[in-house]
Every structure is written in structure tokens, then in C-alpha cells.
Design a protein around this ligand. Structure first.
Ligand code: PRX
Length: 637
């Protein structure tokens, strides 16, 4: 079947189309209603069906491939490498599930997971799915304030964590960050389960904290059956940034998600049971949920979980070829990474790409940020396999725009993630009139018309109103989902993504809210006002740049004092939010450019930082403020 026909069926007869896709997973009870849109924009997929994500990822493979690898965990931080067969994974997951049960976890309870990239993190996610508990994974690179706001919102019964993570040989103790986060949060978990890797000492809080090892050992032979979940029951929430400082809990269902992932593994990733999938992402991000843990396992593939830099070997010596060494060793057929990682590798010796037998590899998928043409060309020539750009969001759970080579081999175009995937009605609308832009190459906002396909977010956790108002009410007079991305569509129907319409920035493929960073900075005693913008960066895509109006004007004329305060502000952000959010520079100015009604002109600041024309400035209150920003930037403000 041609992709055009496949796509057309998904849009014109969604029920027949998705009923067929639903056969890719195991159901305890098959669904009685494929699609229910009576509460649009809320969508129910596969109502009446019961299933379980862990069953589909693990148990159902036991008969056919119980002894085949399921999870391969490689850490170049600790120099460890371990493979678990489906049978072993099944046992490990049940041990953790039984331990969680002992701590009181049952269906619908939240379990917040704050862990590094160790196999126990995947065991815990799968254990939650097995019990019907809702997991909320928080990226291990986030610090206590970020973690606290997520604990507050998720109200977890149990938090699962570890003594430490490690990055480039630097140990980051998690326990003190977690203790501080729980102290900051008004919600207190009943229990904390801690995996000890022996990297950092832990102070245990009596009655609350439990070491995992003895509990897991006690439940060595545990048999914990899967809890059958309604297709529409919540599987997990994952927090993501938006326009306000308060992170949103993106909530996902069970049955729709399982079907969406199984279908994407077949039609988009073309990954087959018994093969190995290698995604270099982190379980703290949506890519880690969909394409480290659930997607590959649902497809019966082994998933390779990697902790460490792309440039460090198992002997912990520099090795820019480590990923290719792993592709060769584990005969990886499908690989998934981010453009930033490729830009890092581009700085390594190109001979490294030729040193290993990469013949198993069929494609490299890249997502999370725009893929620039030089990077795409370099890696495409080096690997000799298709490089497949794919565009999606935490909210969608799986690709919105790409090519579905599993359906029909489709040409990719440099600079474009591709065409709308089956199930997605993607449109480009005029920013202010909301009119659909149908002529080629007209810039507008990329939106999705409902009903959104399976796997797409159900709502914002505990806040239906926020879901509707934030995502579905941005275009006057129309109920459409806004991606908050600018885009164009060319004459062949290929889309190009041109950056965010809101205050979200993308640092090394990681999505961050500038408002959260601003809130952290304004908490500093010497800061009167602040604006944070994302500025183009050759390696990371974007970096955060802060402009601060200090309370004490003296800083403005004193280079030494400015440098000291810059250091303090940077440290505060790193301590509260995590190193990822630390601004690349903090500049001090006397005033910030605002409109007459007091709105910060962030886009104008960003344009000036990138040496572009700031555009229409008729509403600016004080043009001198923008001029000051220009001056601080040159030569080295
Ligand atoms: O701005 C788009 C950018 O990343 C945002 C979503 O980030 P996140 O929620 O972290 O999900 C990442 C899932 C891969 C989008 O709104 N983005 C993502 N993929 C691409 C992209 N921008 C350009 N090209 C892409 N392929």
C-alpha cells in the first residue's frame, strides 16, 4: 500500500484503521468502542478494552523469546555492561513490583521516579505499569526546586531514587537533592525506595527511607500478576515546560499508548522482534519512555540503555567511537538520537565511523530539535544509512511528522522532518486570524485537528481546564491543538519547523521553560528584574541567556562585581533547577525592553542577541533598553 493511501485511511476511517492497529498488542478483553469523541477535544481510544503495558512489553514475549536479550544496560560511567533476557527482566520487574506493593503501592497510586540511567529505573517503570500505578519520571539532571514542584503536583505515595548519577566521571549525589525537594514540597511521600550504587553516601530518614536491595532480595521469587487496566486508565504522567513557570503533567492512557507504540515500531521505525534498538535519550524524557522502555520491548526487541557521554569508553577513557562499538557488538538495527549528540560526535576523528562494522544498522532517527543540513549530511555520509528526522512532542508521545518507511520507502528532504504521520491532521494556521494557510511555504502555527490519535496526551494531570485552555484555545474561533511551533509546508507536502511560538527553549534537545529559569533568577536577593531568552548556539541548538536588572545599580559600572553576581546567579539556577538550565551568560542592564502595557519584549531581545532585526517596535516603551542590550553584547558585555 502507498503511504498516501495508508494515511488517507487513517484520516477518513479512523475506527477501521485503528481497530486493525490494535491487533498489534495483546488485550485481556478486546475494546468494544474504538473511538469516542463525545467529549471533544478529549478523546477515548479503545474503550471497553483491558490490557497492561508491562504484559505487552515483557510477559507476552516469554513463550517465544524468553531467553533472548530484552534489556542491555551499558554504563561508561561505572564501566559496567549487563544484559537481561526477557525471563530475567520478568523476574526483576516482579521483585520491584512486590517491593512497591510492600510499601503500599496499588492501582492509581503515583510513584515518582528520580533515577539515573540504570536498569533498575526501567524495572521500576515496568513494575508500576504492572501494578497499574502511575509513574512520574523526573529527569535526573533536574535539581531540588524542579523536583519539588513535580512532587507537589504528582502527590506520589512513593518516590524511587538512587544514591547518585554520574556524568563524565563526575558523581552527582541524588539523595541530598531529593531530601531538599521533599522538604520544599508540602506533599510528603509515605516512603522512599533507594537503590544504592555505591557512588555516594546516603543519610536515611528513619521510617521513610528504605534501601532497595534487602526488599528486592526478600521478594526474589515474587510472582506478581499484571493488573488488567482499562484502555483509558492512566499509565503515566511526565512533566514538561510551557509558557508559565508551573510545569504541566502530560497524562497518557494505557491502551491507546500501547497501540500507538506498537504501530510506530512497525510503520515508522521498522524494528523487528529479536533485533536490538538503541536510543541514546534518557528515561526522564518522553523519548526514553516511548523508545527506550516501552516501544522496543512491546515490539519484542532488545533495548540498549546507555549511561554516559557519547565520547567515553567502558574503560572510562576518552572514546569517540563508543556508540559505534556498541552498534557493532549488539548488532543494533535501529538507532535513535538527537542532533546535538551528532554535533558532538562530529568533532571526533571521522575514522571512528569506519572502524566498526555497522552493517546491522538500517536507520538512524534524530529528533528533539531542528536537524541542520551539515550535521545531517555528515552523519548520513559517515553511516551510509538513512537519517530520519522526526518531529514530535512530549504531548504526542510518538512522531507527528516524519516518513513511514515501514509502510512505503519515502524520500526524505534535508531540513524537513517529513510529512504528517497516520492519524495526525496537521495544518498551518495564520498566527492571528486563525485562517488555514494552504499555499506552499507560508509561515504559520503548526496545529493538529482532533480527534488526536492513540498515544496522544489525554489531558493535563488533574487539570482538564488547563489542557483545553492551553492547547486548544489559542486560535480564535477554532478548537485545534497548537504545537506552539512555527512551520511551513512546501509544494510536496513536506513540513519545516521554524522554532517555538512560546517561551520554550531547546537546549541540546532538552525542552526548558524560560519562565522557570526567570523565576529561579528573580529569587536572588540582588535581582530586581530578569528576562531569559533562548539564543542560537552552534553545538547545543540553543542556550539560555539572561538579562538582569540588578537591585544595586553599582553592579552596572563595576565589571568585577558584575562577574561575581553573574557567577552567583548561574549557581543559583544550577542548584535549584539543574545544570541544564544554567544560563550561558548573565548580562546586567539598567532596564528591560517592554511594551507600554508592561509586557517583556522577549522576541525582540532574542533577535538582537542573534544579530537579527528585532522587527516591529511600535509598541516599545523605551527603545533605549534594547539599545543597552545591544551594547552589553558587544564586544563582551
Ligand atoms: O519545538 C519542537 C522541538 O521540540 C519540541 C518538543 O520537545 P519535547 O516535548 O521535549 O519532545 C521531544 C520529542 C522528540 C517541539 O515542539 N522538536 C522536536 N523534534 C523536532 C523539533 N524541532 C525541529 N525538528 C524536529 N525533528
Amino acid at each position: 500500500m502507498s503511504y498516501a493511501e495508508f494515511y488517507r485511511r487513517s484520516i477518513e476511517t479512523p475506527e477501521a484503521f485503528w481497530a486493525e492497529q490494535a491487533e498489534l498488542i495483546d488485550w485481556k478483553t478486546p475494546p468494544s468502542q474504538i473511538l469516542d469523541t463525545t467529549r471533544a477535544p478529549f478523546v477515548n481510544w479503545f474503550a471497553g478494552g483491558t490490557t497492561n503495558l508491562c504484559h505487552n512489553a515483557v510477559d507476552r514475549h516469554l513463550a517465544a523469546r524468553g531467553d533472548q536479550p530484552a534489556l542491555i544496560a551499558v554504563s561508561t560511567e561505572t564501566g559496567t555492561e549487563r544484559s537481561y533476557s526477557f525471563k530475567e527482566l520478568h523476574a526483576e520487574v516482579q521483585r520491584v513490583a512486590a517491593s512497591l506493593m510492600e510499601l503500599g503501592v496499588g492501582k492509581g497510586d503515583r510513584v515518582l521516579i528520580y533515577m539515573p540511567m540504570i536498569p533498575e529505573a526501567a524495572f521500576t517503570m515496568l513494575a508500576c505499569a504492572r501494578l497499574g500505578a502511575i509513574h512520574c519520571v523526573v529527569f535526573g539532571g533536574f535539581a531540588s526546586a524542579s523536583l519539588a514542584s513535580r512532587i507537589e503536583d504528582a502527590t506520589p505515595k512513593v518516590v524511587v531514587s538512587a544514591d547518585a548519577g554520574s556524568r563524565g566521571g563526575k558523581v552527582i549525589a541524588y539523595k541530598p537533592l531529593l531530601d531538599e525537594a521533599i522538604r520544599l514540597s508540602t506533599h510528603k511521600p509515605d516512603a522512599v525506595l533507594l537503590f544504592d550504587r555505591g557512588l555516594a553516601p546516603m543519610d536515611l530518614s528513619k521510617g521513610r527511607d528504605h534501601l532497595a536491595a534487602p526488599l528486592v532480595e526478600k521478594h526474589r521469587d515474587a510472582q506478581v500478576p499484571c493488573t488488567w487496566m482499562d484502555a483509558t486508565d492512566i499509565s503515566y504522567t511526565i512533566y514538561t515546560s510551557g509558557t508559565t513557570g508551573r510545569p504541566k503533567g502530560v497524562q497518557r492512557d494505557t491502551g491507546g499508548y500501547a497501540v500507538a507504540l506498537a504501530a510506530s515500531m512497525k510503520h515508522i521505525f521498522d524494528g523487528r522482534a529479536g533485533e536490538t534498538y538503541f536510543s541514546t535519550s534518557d528515561i526522564g524524557w518522553v523519548v526514553g519512555h516511548s523508545y527506550i522502555v516501552y516501544g522496543p520491548l512491546i515490539a519484542g526487541m532488545a533495548t540498549l540503555m546507555y549511561e554516559g557521554l557519547p565520547t567515553q569508553g567502558l574503560d572510562r577513557q576518552p572514546d569517540g567511537g563508543i556508540w559505534w562499538r556498541l552498534v557493532e557488538k549488539y548488532k543494533v538495527t535501529v538507532m535513535f538520537s538527537a542532533p546535538t549528540a551528532v554535533r558532538v560526535l562530529k568533532k571526533q576523528d571521522p575514522a571512528l565511523l569506519k572502524k566498526y562494522d555497522l552493517s546491522s544498522l538500517r536507520a538512524l532517527f534524530l529528533a528533539g530539535e531542528p536537524l541542520d543540513e551539515p550535521t545531517a549530511r555528515w552523519i548520513s555520509e559517515g553511516l551510509g544509512v538513512p537519517i530520519i528526522d522526526n518531529y514530535w512532542q512530549t504531548e504526542s508521545g510518538w512522531p507527528i511528522l516524519t516518513v513511514a518507511n515501514g509502510v512505503e520507502t519515502t524520500r526524505s528532504k534535508f531540513g524537513s522532518p517529513g510529512v504528517p504521520m497516520y492519524g495526525y491532521k496537521v495544518k498551518i494556521l495564520h498566527e492571528s486570524t486563525g485562517e488555514e494557510l494552504t499555499a506552499p511555504n507560508e509561515k504559520g502555527v503548526v496545529v493538529i485537528e482532533g480527534p488526536t490519535p492513540p498515544g496522544f496526551m489525554q489531558t493535563v494531570w488533574r487539570d482538564d481546564e488547563r489542557f483545553v485552555n492551553t492547547y486548544w484555545k489559542t486560535v480564535p474561533g477554532k478548537l485545534v491543538y497548537s504545537t506552539f511551533d512555527w512551520g511551513i509546508r512546501d509544494e510536496d507536502g513536506y513540513y519545516y519547523i521554524l522554532g517555538r511560538t512560546d517561551d520554550v527553549i531547546n537546549v541540546a534537545g532538552h525542552r526548558l521553560g524560560t519562565r522557570e529559569i526567570e523565576e529561579s533568577i528573580s529569587g536572588h536577593a540582588k535581582v530586581a528584574e530578569v528576562a531569559v531568552v533562548g539564543v542560537a548556539d552552534a553545538l547545543k541548538g540553543q542556550v539560555a541567556m539572561a538579562f538582569v536588572v540588578p537591585k544595586d545599580g553599582a553592579v552596572l559600572g563595576d565589571a568585577q562585581a558584575a562577574l561575581a553576581l553573574e557567577g552567583e546567579v548561574m549557581k543559583q539556577v544550577a542548584d535549584q533547577l539543574g545544570a541544564l538550565a544554567r544560563p550561558a551568560r548573565v548580562h546586567f542592564v539598567g532596564a528591560l525592553p517592554k511594551t507600554r502595557s508592561g509586557k517583556l519584549l522577549r522576541r525582540a531581545i532574542q533577535a538582537v542577541c542573534e544579530g537579527r532585526d528585532p522587527g516591529d517596535l511600535t509598541t516599545i516603551e523605551d527603545p533605549g533598553a534594547l539599545q543597552q542590550i545591544r551594547q552589553t553584547l558587544s564586544p563582551r558585555g
